[in-house]
Ligand binder design. Structure first.
Ligand code: UDP
Length: 313
């Protein structure tokens, strides 16, 4: 049976990865320091014969007993308010954590896939964003702690690939949503849905003209699974190219949740907030034969019951 270590296992994407790899017949070690993750996301896996949980911080030396075939590095604070609250941890998990996992991958001859991000493109000057674009990042701005950690993560991963022959894969993840997101992580989708359900104002930052493109989590997990098993070591964007302004998205959520008390209120636009973001997914289509299958209407319908249960119960 192949054995896989998944860091950030108690997080939103990490927990979905644990489920998928168990379903695919892997022995899964989930690792998390529970800084932003929650055991609720993996509670259903405790006691499963092919799942083990290690409560560990990957910025400290990482060891797993016996053989290891694959590593997925998904540990990191990942929402703007989280990494603003935890800047040092964010820098460390992307840098020291990645270094430790590359060392482990080298030792075990395991294949390592790292979770990079559309944030490597910063506030992009090219639209949509292809992997060949080097980005427009402010290294000392508030988002720099995340963006530069992830850029360093890509650099050290490529170095281990080139100089030590470690098998590596790099996914650049664009905005993703679905069940198990934290309702209070500050990201736009949990914020709007929670606010609409509670009958509060939907906090649109700035004039709401900035855009994002939202991918349903199951599509992302399919892409990661394909990338891990591909023979391609350069970065691959995964995301849904269906771009929408934040204002239109707020109205969409208002219509969907249908709470007459919920209205839109404007707040100040955060510093360095990217104005437009949309993945160019030509590479994923070509290399992985992957494209997202779940549109926003369907994805939101699959997500709302989770938020209802979290917020209204
Ligand atoms: N945003 C907003 N209201 C909120 C949270 C976010 O208008 O309550 C905006 C934010 O300024 C950004 C977009 O929504 O333009 C997406 O923000 P998010 O925090 O989800 O992630 P990002 O894509 O910026 O990393």
């Amino acid at each position: 049976m192949p054995k896989i270590l998944i860091t950030g296992a108690a997080g939103f994407i990490g927990s979905h990865l644990c489920d998928r790899f168990i379903d695919e017949g892997f022995d899964v070690i989930g690792m998390d320091n529970l800084l932003t993750g929650s055991l609720d996301n993996i509670a259903h896996l405790f006691g499963h014969e092919h799942f083990e949980f290690y409560h560990h911080d990957v910025t400290k030396f990482v060891h797993t007993p016996g053989k290891l075939d694959y590593i997925l590095h998904f540990a990191s604070p990942a929402s703007p308010i989280d990494y603003l609250k935890m800047p040092i941890q964010t820098l460390k998990v992307g840098s020291l954590g990645t270094h430790n996992l590359l060392g482990l991958a080298k030792e075990k001859r395991a294949r390592l896939l790292i979770a990079s991000t559309s944030e490597v493109y910063g506030d992009p000057l090219i639209h949509p964003q292809p992997e060949g674009y080097w980005g427009n990042v402010n290294p000392i701005g508030p988002r720099g702690v995340y963006d530069e950690a992830k850029r360093f993560m890509e650099a050290i991963t490529m170095a281990y690939h080139t100089y030590h022959g470690v098998e590596t894969r790099i996914v650049r993840i664009f905005n993703t949503y679905g069940p198990r997101m934290r309702t209070d992580d500050g990201r736009v989708l949990p914020a709007f849905i929670s606010q609409a359900m509670r009958g509060e104002g939907l906090t649109v930052f700035g004039d709401g003209g900035q855009t994002r493109s939202f991918c349903y989590v199951d599509d992302l997990i399919n892409g990661i699974f394909e990338l891990l098993h591909s023979e391609y070591h350069l970065p691959v964007n995964l995301g849904n190219p269906d771009e929408i302004t934040i204002m239109d998205f707020a109205n969409e959520v208002l219509d969907l949740v249908g709470n007459p008390d919920a209205k839109i209120i404007h707040k100040e636009l955060p510093i360095d907030d990217p104005k437009r973001r949309k993945p160019d997914i030509s590479r994923a289509k070509k290399i992985l034969n992957w494209s997202p299958k779940i549109d926003r209407a369907k994805g939101l319908a699959l997500t709302l019951p989770y938020f209802k249960q979290k917020i209204l119960s």
